[in-house]
Design a protein around this ligand. Structure first.
Ligand code: ASP
Length: 325
């Protein structure tokens, strides 16, 4: 099963099980710190980021915009029914509903977001429409779906046979307990800097598996799951959304870059802060990717197992992020 990872489940103060990603055998184990900048460049979370980057980089290579590259890139992952953490095929909530969260942002502050969206498989494109076609930034639930339909998006069943099977199995083993057990933590976040020096980011997820109905994580929240500012750079998160929201994670990474830190050091500073704030949550996993306006990039996570993909004119590579432990 593509992108499926085993996680250690433990209780937490959130009542949410904390994941620890297993190691990825096919990443470059070079444990990258910040790298020298090139332009254009695209960076995405996790192994599925390679698929997103390939499509996104084609756009960048042909002189296309960063905003097109990040949107069209993550759509590839949203459309993959075998990916159980994003778009169609994403794990449902504890009531069996697939609910999707996404946001998109440009360097000039333009942004759009949707949360708790059901039956529409490309929330990132709906988020872009919110940015471009409305005076608002965020639409949720039935309002977001109504808007999507008005914009020509089609409804479809997002619960695949496989995911339904996994859900029914979960119901048996977990006995529908009030604990939320996250089995997967693989939001796709993509950041890009285009040949014209414009920067953008996109973040899209089905959120925590077996979450409470109505739960929204960090991924659609501007400043938490994603933040982009052309005066400093861009950052995006993956991991336990509650911890990222509590610390305004991605905005803090961008602020750290604004204050002169490299993308790697900025990610590390915020990961250290998150870890400190949640010191009792031994298995808490959060990771960030960041990109500055020169095309320097970096990533960092609390635990090993987080990897990220880079696409440049030199090719596409998957790296293991450095981690605290
Ligand atoms: N951050 C996401 C959430 O909490 C989960 C993930 O990274 O996969 O909804």
């Amino acid at each position: 099963m593509k992108n499926r990872r085993a996680f250690i489940k433990t209780a937490s103060i959130f009542g949410i099980a904390m994941p620890l990603a297993s190691c990825h055998s096919n990443s470059n184990t070079n444990n990258q710190k910040s790298q020298e900048g090139v332009k254009p460049i695209i960076i995405s979370t996790w192994e599925h980021g390679l698929d997103a980057n390939k499509v996104g980089f084609e756009i960048l290579k042909n002189g296309g915009s960063a905003i097109d590259a990040v949107e069209k890139g993550v759509v590839v992952v949203e459309n993959d029914p075998t990916n159980q953490t994003v778009g169609i095929g994403g794990f449902p909530d504890r009531d069996g509903n697939v609910t999707l969260d996404a946001c998109i942002m440009k360097g000039d502050g333009g942004c759009g977001s949707v949360a708790f969206l059901q039956e529409i498989k490309n929330p990132i494109s709906v988020a872009r429409k919110v940015m471009e076609e409305t005076p608002h930034i965020m639409l949720v639930g039935s309002g977001a779906k109504k808007f999507a339909l008005e914009q020509g998006f089609k409804t479809e069943n997002l619960l695949t046979e496989q995911t339904k099977k996994d859900y029914l199995e979960w119901l048996e083993t977990e006995n529908y307990s009030p604990e939320i057990n996250i089995e997967n933590h693989d939001t796709i976040s993509t950041l890009a800097l285009d040949a014209n020096g414009k920067i953008a980011g996109a973040c899209t997820t089905s959120g925590a598996a077996w979450k409470m109905h109505g739960r929204v994580g960090d991924s659609p929240l501007i400043g938490a799951g994603l933040f982009v500012d052309e005066e400093a750079g861009a950052a995006a998160a993956t991991g336990l959304g509650e911890a990222v929201i509590r610390t305004a994670g991605s905005a803090m990474v961008v602020e750290a870059m604004r204050n002169g830190l490299s993308p790697y050091d900025a990610c590390k500073e915020v990961v250290d802060r998150i870890r400190k704030k949640h010191a009792t949550l031994k298995d808490l996993q959060v990771g960030f990717v960041a990109l500055d306006m020169k095309g320097n990039y970096g990533a960092y996570s609390i635990h090993p197992g987080f990897n990220y993909a880079i696409g440049t004119i030199n090719g596409h590579t998957l790296f293991d992020a450095k981690s605290m432990f």
